[in-house]
Design a protein around this ligand. Sequence first.
Ligand code: SAM
Length: 412
Amino acid sequence: MSAVLEREQLRQRSDYTYKFNSKTGRHGWLRLTPAYSLKIVEELIVDHEQAKRIFDPFCGTGTTVLSAAYHGHEGVTTDINPFLVWLAQAKIAHYSPGQIAATREAHASALDLVKSQSVEPVPAPSIHNIERWWSPKSLDFLRLLRAAIPAVTKERSAERTLLLIAFCRSLIELSNAAFNHQSMSFKNDIQFEIGFDEDMACVFSEDVRFVLSGASENPVGEGHVILGDSRNPAEAVKGLFDLVITSPPYANRMSYIRELRPYMYWLGFLINGRDAGELDWTAIGGTWGIATSRLTDWKRPTNHFKSANLSMALDQIAHAENKNGVVLANYVAKYFDDMWSHFLRLIPVLDRGAELHYIVGNSTFYGTLISTELFYAEMLTALGFSGIECRAIRKRNSKKELVEFDVVAQWK
Ligand SMILES: C[S@@+](CC[C@H](N)C(=O)[O-])C[C@H]1O[C@@H](n2cnc3c(N)ncnc32)[C@H](O)[C@@H]1O
């Protein structure tokens, strides 16, 4: 059978066996990546049918591990954010028809408690300016519902996990916040009113229905999601990998903690703003709250990534006509030093001939173009990888110089 035909059959099989569409299935539960990224990852996995163990050192909402498991591979992934680890573990788990039926029943019991107000509402989470997020009515409903879910389910049960994911979807639907990929903004009609409590209950019921339809489609392969720092993967994962497919953080000051804070506060992964800044400081490319002020005094480690091209770019950013030039030069330097540690420490978990795919975009700082893909290529060359290519995938937005790449390499 020709390779093209085989691939086509695999694609058809995947459409049939699980809903790849990013708006349905488990991919759609909660995600950080835009739909085109899901498609790229999916295609790479289909094109590597022979891969035995697939690794994603930057899990996010679990795109790679989920696609790998649905195509019958063993997928392993790590992330430094405990909320994302919880979410991806829930996405990859197997759910029995009994658990799905029990979740449906628990959802009805939870709504009964909310309607009769016979549960003590949880305190409102300490999100800064919470009144910008939810109208008083929506907030009351969410506080009651958040208290009702543990009241009707056992700790660590599939029922509780699935209801909490549906809760996460509802809390955004009932909020004034509009999500887009780069950042979050608030709708102009701050007092977005959904109407009666009954309508809010319907929003939750619809989310439960959606989550359960994805949960009923179990992956055929295995997936493991582990809390770990990609600057030392061997500490978190065992064995060797023959394929790495990942979308690492970009050097673009996007904070995943900032984006995820409503979920993280409501689910108890964050208690206050200081914790949020601390967690962002541990993340590669994190730059929110305390993370930014720490960058001011940050000094490059002695084993930093040595590159004349990077030094030149850092110099330009530091001397740009802007008071934040120095701190942003530090931000870029730290990003690449962290990625250097990552690539260096990735080698011990790679099998001979392992193939790497890093989906990453470039960025600009005060007119200086940071060609992340070329810096990755420079690092991989210095570390002895071969077959290095930067394949342009797409333009990121109307700025013509902003492009996304698949940086490809092979371990010897
Ligand atoms: C671009 S996102 C990954 C998106 C992912 N492909 C998805 O499906 O959502 C980058 C991820 O890297 C994680 N991250 C940042 N620094 C990390 C580190 N040192 N170790 C592990 N994960 C890290 C962030 O928490 C974030 O989830």
